[in-house]
Write a protein that binds this ligand. Structure first.
Ligand code: NA7
Length: 539
């Protein structure tokens, strides 16, 4: 039935990652007829696509999993920061435990979606020609469903292999006898470099902006250790909803300036020793507001990197004396031995900041200085049209027939980072104008999904035809997103948070910057306040 044409549903969800699994489970329990479409062949969302060498989550366990006891009670992880193979296995286990697959159509690509105010239903079409009607439409496609590849001339003439990190071949790429290149040093480029630095005959890494990587203290985690902790999981999962970044820790309650130089250094040493994101969003509380505090952290970070990289000219590219942007205002990656790769004779670093890649030739990559860097394999770790691209990619149209892309031409407009004016009965998770990029995924996904499930149940009970975000409420939300960003140093960095990684994309903060607890309070208050900001149309 899931694959049937002319499917009639209460709810259609797109995406079988964290959001899709959770929403399917909860909505089905609430008695609704729900199906999920997913473009991939199996569960896991981002973890099905991003199976490049070394792909691994930067959230440590148990923060990065469902808070459902029926799921966590019988699952055991192997590593503190699990890799993609383990994450895929986790999703298969979740499917098995919650019996999800019977309501999921895989290999199903949504090609359009539009709401009719007359019928009160969405019509969703798929690439293979099927149509589905649903009262509620939930695009749960994450923030990285639309890959970004620079339009260098000659890409199609390259004689070797090119793979974008999110479209990796199932048979891994053998680089043992090859000259390999990694373009990009975001989280993805860092992780591939760690693997290919060891595996490739020669590796050249093309870096435009240094990634200010934090130490990852990876380790094996025993079943016993996890089981002993499970009695406290309920509390931990509550705690992660109460911390800024959706982890089980928060910023310190002091500013950088509250410490002497030596004290500040000691604080940073102890955070560094944790080997996790506490060094990013668990440090001085004014780190993203006060340039002086930010510089203290940058200088400390730089000293750590200089200790690792032997060749001073290489170290100066990886960790320059003057920060290229405020520390932590682009997404820092966790690294295990990224910096050590550059001490090996087979690993080379090319800065393309002032000497950009200008074209690809059959034999390799050409930079502006005219040099041909000969390579056999290229890992394109150039990222995504992040946050907004996923929704745009699906060709979602307003009830009046306007493409969401056109509506966002002059700036993203959403209400509460959950819904859009002109798109009645559509709610999305982990997307624009929510804490998305600044939150541990499962935390904010569960919060938003619980909100959606609750709202849908109320609407059904009250015999509501549809609700729609008011334009004025949406404008006020956009203003708030911008104002929050202006109070911080984030707008100073050319990051994907700011839409700055894709040429031609409007530069604006795409995510909510005041943290998970404050966001949760706002969305729940709007719901309790008679769905404030929504126009409610009854049958
Ligand atoms: P990112 O973080 O967007 O990284 C992309 C990288 O590609 C980044 O280093 C870019 O440099 C680089 N890039 C992009 N275009 C070019 C051109 N034209 N020339 C050279 N280098 C370029 O994507 P990831 O896949 O690593 O990570 C995405 C998120 O997934 C990550 O943050 C986690 O949340 C999980 P730039 O920094 O823009 O100068």
């Amino acid at each position: 039935e899931t694959y049937a044409d002319n499917l009639e549903l209460d709810v259609l969800i797109v995406g079988a990652g964290f959001s899709g699994c959770y929403l399917l489970h909860k909505l089905r329990k609430a008695g609704l007829k729900v199906k999920v479409y997913d473009a991939s062949h199996a569960f896991g969302g981002t973890w099905r696509w991003n199976c490049y060498p070394g792909a691994r989550v930067d959230s440590d366990l148990p923060a990065y999993e469902f808070s459902l006891p029926e799921v966590y009670n019988n699952w055991t992880w192997k590593e503190r920061f699990p890799g993609w193979q383990e994450l895929q296995a986790y999703f298969d286990y979740v499917d098995h435990t919650l019996d999800l697959h019977k309501d999921v159509a895989f290999n199903t690509v949504v090609t359009s979606a539009q709401f009719s105010r007359e019928t009160g239903k969405w019509t969703i079409t798929t690439a293979d020609g099927r149509t589905c009607h649903a009262k509620y439409f939930l695009p749960c496609v994450g923030f990285s469903a639309k890959r970004y590849i620079p339009d260098w001339p000659g890409l199609d003439k390259f004689e070797g292999e090119i793979h974008h990190s999110s479209f990796w071949p199932t048979e891994d790429v053998d680089v043992s006898n090859k000259k390999a290149a990694v373009i990009g040093t975001g989280s993805t480029g860092i992780q591939i470099t760690q693997e290919w630095g060891k595996a490739a005959k020669e590796l050249t890494v093309f870096q435009r902006t240094p990634n200010m990587c934090i130490r990852m203290a990876q380790r094996k985690v025993s079943a016993e250790e996890q089981n002993n902790r499970k009695a406290a999981y309920d509390e931990l999962f509550k705690k992660r909803t109460q911390c800024f970044g959706g982890f089980c820790f928060d910023f310190l309650d002091k500013d950088g300036g509250d410490f002497s130089v030596d004290e500040a250094k000691a604080v940073l040493e102890s955070l560094w020793a944790n080997g996790d994101f506490t060094f990013w969003i668990g440090t001085f509380k004014d780190i993203f507001k006060n340039p002086a505090t930010n510089k203290i952290v940058y200088d400390f970070w730089r000293s750590k990197i200089l200790e690792r990289v032997k060749e001073p000219s290489v170290a100066a590219i990886l960790a320059p004396e003057t920060p290229p942007h405020p520390w932590g205002c682009k997404r820092p990656s966790l690294e295990q031995d990224f910096y050590d790769q550059f001490n090996k004779p087979n690993v080379h670093l090319v800065s393309v900041k002032n000497n950009p890649i200008v074209r690809i030739e059959p034999k390799g990559i050409v930079t502006a200085d005219g040099k041909l860097h000969e390579v056999d394999v290229i890992a394109m770790a150039t990222g995504f049209d992040a946050v907004t691209g996923s929704m745009i990619n699906m060709n979602v149209k307003s009830a009046e027939g306007t493409h969401v892309k056109d509506l966002w031409q002059d700036g993203v407009r959403t209400y509460l980072g959950l819904s859009i004016h002109g798109f009645p009965n559509m709610f999305y998770t982990y997307g624009p104008q929510a804490p998305t990029a600044f939150s541990n995924g499962p935390t904010i996904i569960e919060i938003q999904s619980d909100w959606i499930v609750d709202v849908i149940q109320r609407l059904e009970k009250d015999n509501v035809k549809y609700i729609e975000a008011e334009e004025s409420a949406q404008n006020a939300w956009a203003e708030q997103i911008g104002q929050l960003a202006e109070k911080t140093l984030f707008p100073l960095a050319d990051s994907w948070y700011m839409g700055a990684n894709v040429p031609g994309k409007k530069r604006e903060m795409t995510c909510y910057l005041d943290g998970v607890p404050s966001y949760t309070k706002i969305i729940n208050e709007a719901r309790e306040d008679g769905l404030k900001g929504f126009n409610v149309v009854k049958n």
